[in-house]
Design a protein around this ligand. Structure first.
Ligand code: F0G
Length: 372
C-alpha cells in the first residue's frame, strides 16, 4: 500500500502552527529528517566509561543525531523559512530580507524563488562557506556582501526594514521559530517521548529557543510527561553566553555561529535555566575533531558548527555531567557539503598514481596493511 506523499512540515503539523486552514504552504518538502542512532561513537564512549567506573557497566549510552543537513537546502533553516515565507506571501509581501552567516541566506533564496518573490541577503564578506554562497547566488537572491560581520548585518536589516518594503526572515520573525519548533515534535514523535538531554550549537540563539518551545508545547498539552535538559554550545571565539555579554569581534572556523550579539538572548537563557541546562564552549580544534569523528566513525557529514553538539555531548558524558544511561539527542544543523574548503583543509590529500593496474594494486595493499 502507498503511504501518503510527504508534503512538508506545515501540512504535517498544521494544527500546531499559526497558519490558516486555507493558506497554501510555500514548501520544498522540508522536515521529516532522520534521527540516527550513533553506534561506533557510543560504543567507544561506553568503553571509556567502563574503564573508569564499575558503576557504569550496565549503563548504555544512547545518542541520536537529528540530521538537519538533509533538509532541502541542507540546513534546519528550511523549517523556519517555509513558515516565514508562507506568512510573508499571505500578507502580500513582494520581498524578504535577512542577514546571514550563510544558511539563512541559502534558505531564504530558495524559498523566495519558490514563492516568486525577491530575496535580499546581507552576508559578511569572505566569511561564509562556499556552498552557502553558491546557493544564494544560484537561487537568484540579491547578494549584498557587507564589510562587517553578521551582527552588523543584523542591525542594518532591522533598520532598513523600517523604511523599505521588505519582510525580515531572520529568527526575530516569530514565524521562523514556529516552524523550527517542529524539529522537537519530530523527535518526540519518533522516540515516543523527549530525550533526557538535547545538545545543540548556539549562534543567534533562535534554534535553542525554538526547540524549547516545541518541547514545552507537547509537555503542556500532556502529549509527553517531561522536557529535556537543554545544553547549548558555542565556539570559544564567539561565546557571548559564556562571557555573559555580547562579544565585539567574534571569530571561529565554524562560520555559521560566528555571532557575537545573539538576537534571542532572553529566550535562550530562559530555556537553559528552566530546563536546568548549561552553556559551554569549544575551541576550533575541538569542533573540527568532532566533525571528523562523526564523518569517519559513523559516516555522517555535518558542517563544523553542527559538530559542536556532539563535542558537547561527549565531553559532558565523559565528565559525568550527563549521567550514563541517558538518552541524548544532538542536532546536526547543517550538511558538511556546505563547507568543502574546511573539510578539504583538514583531510589528507588524495594520492596521485599512474593509471596502471600495478599502481592501483600496490596502493590497495599498502593501505590495507595492518587493517586485518
Ligand atoms: N548551526 C548552523 C549550521 C547554523 O547555520 C546556525 C545559524 C546555527 C547552528 C546556530 O543557530 O542562530 O539559531 O542559534 N546560522 C544563521 C545563519 C545565523 O545566518 O545561517 P541559531
Amino acid at each position: 500500500m502507498n503511504t501518503p506523499r510527504y508534503t512538508g512540515l506545515i501540512d504535517r503539523y498544521r494544527d500546531r502552527l499559526p497558519v490558516r486552514e486555507d493558506t497554501r504552504a510555500v514548501s520544498l518538502g522540508e522536515g521529516n529528517t532522520p534521527l540516527i542512532r550513533l553506534q561506533n561513537i557510543s560504543r567507544d564512549l561506553e568503553g571509556h566509561l567502563h574503564g573508569k567506573s564499575a558503576n557504569d557497566l550496565t549503563k548504555r549510552i544512547e545518542i541520536y543525531v537529528k540530521y538537519e543537513g538533509l533538509n532541502p537546502t541542507g540546513s534546519f533553516k528550511d523549517r523556519g523559512m517555509t513558515m516565514a515565507v508562507t506568512q510573508a506571501v499571505a500578507e502580500g509581501s513582494r520581498a524578504i530580507i535577512c542577514a546571514s552567516t550563510g544558511n539563512t541566506s541559502a534558505s531564504a533564496a530558495a524559498y523566495a524563488a519558490r514563492a516568486g518573490i525577491t530575496a535580499f541577503v546581507l552576508i559578511p564578506e569572505g566569511k561564509i562557506a562556499l556552498g552557502k554562497l553558491a546557493q544564494a547566488m544560484m537561487h537568484g537572491a540579491i547578494v549584498l556582501q557587507i564589510r562587517g560581520n553578521f551582527d552588523a548585518g543584523m542591525q542594518l536589516v532591522k533598520e532598513v526594514a523600517e523604511s523599505a518594503p521588505v519582510t525580515i526572515v531572520n529568527s526575530i520573525n516569530p514565524y521562523r521559530i514556529q516552524g523550527q519548533k517542529t524539529a522537537a515534535f519530530e523527535i518526540m514523535d519518533a522516540l515516543g517521548h523527549p530525550p533526557d538531554y538535547h545538545c545543540l550549537p548556539v549562534g543567534n540563539a533562535g534554534n535553542i529557543s525554538a526547540y524549547w518551545l516545541g518541547y514545552t508545547e507537547y509537555y503542556r498539552d500532556g502529549v509527553v510527561g517531561k522536557r529535556p535538559v537543554m545544553c547549548g554550545y558555542q565556539a570559544t571565539g564567539a561565546a557571548p553566553f559564556l562571557r555573559g555579554h555580547p562579544v565585539e569581534n567574534p571569530e571561529t572556523v565554524a562560520t555559521a555561529i560566528r555571532i557575537g550579539n545573539p538576537q534571542s538572548w532572553e529566550t535562550a537563557a530562559g530555556a537553559q535555566q528552566e530546563s536546568g541546562g548549561w552553556f559551554d564552549e569549544f575551541t576550533d580544534e575541538e569542533i573540527l575533531a568532532a566533525q571528523r569523528l562523526l564523518a569517519q566513525k559513523e559516516g555522517i557529514f555535518c558542517e563544523p558548527a553542527s559538530a559542536i553538539s556532539l563535542a558537547g555531548a561527549m565531553r559532558d558524558i565523559k565528565s559525568g555531567k550527563i549521567p550514563g544511561g541517558s538518552r541524548i539527542v544532538c542536532t546536526l544543523t547543517g550538511h558538511g557539503l556546505k563547507d568543502p574548503d574546511t573539510a578539504i583543509a583538514q583531510s589528507t590529500s588524495p594520492t596521485v598514481i599512474n593509471a596502471e593496474l600495478e599502481s592501483v594494486r600496490k596502493a590497495i595493499l599498502e593501505n590495507l596493511e595492518g587493517t586485518t
